[in-house]
Design a protein around this ligand. Structure first.
Ligand SMILES: [Mg+2]
Length: 145
């Protein structure tokens, strides 16, 4: 039985608008709080360059849109083509889940590990509740697994 203890989170269109405007998605802090408590490890799996991620994360934490632990979140190293969960060091793919808005990044054989989220996009409504919805899905999935 898989123990889905590892979570990979996309950044743009999932947690924030994009790396330029950096609008936090409604419910971000609450969602990350859940993720940090429910999973043994949480990774950021993003096409945004590593050197740009640092300032984005710092700003989210400083403005209290994210918990402090986000400052230390590991960035998955990859070639920016497909988000192979095998790129997360030292884990079994079956122990990982990924939350991402873009199906094009997900390997066909890893679709079972993918939690889809609708893209957070303009006009970035305050009424967006996708993170709450994904939290419910994750909670259900962990309870079943
Ligand atoms: Mg995305």
């Amino acid at each position: 039985m898989a123990r889905e203890t590892i979570l990979a989170l996309d950044l743009e269109g999932t947690l924030i608008s994009n790396a330029v405007s950096q609008f936090p998605r409604p419910g971000l802090r609450q969602f990350l709080g859940f993720c940090g408590a429910a999973f043994e490890s949480v990774y950021l799996y993003t096409a945004v360059r590593d050197e740009r991620c640092g300032p984005i994360i710092q700003r989210l934490v400083e403005e209290r849109f994210a918990p402090d632990w986000l400052l230390g979140i590991p960035l998955v190293q990859w070639d920016r083509s497909l988000k192979d969960l095998g790129n997360i060091p030292g884990v079994s793919v079956n122990d990982c889940l990924i939350v991402d808005d873009n199906p094009d990044y997900i390997l066909e054989e890893q679709r079972s590990q993918w939690i889809a989220i609708a893209k957070f996009e303009s006009p970035y409504p305050d009424t967006d509740r996708e993170l709450e919805q994904v939290q419910r899905l994750l909670a259900e999935r962990l309870a079943i697994g």
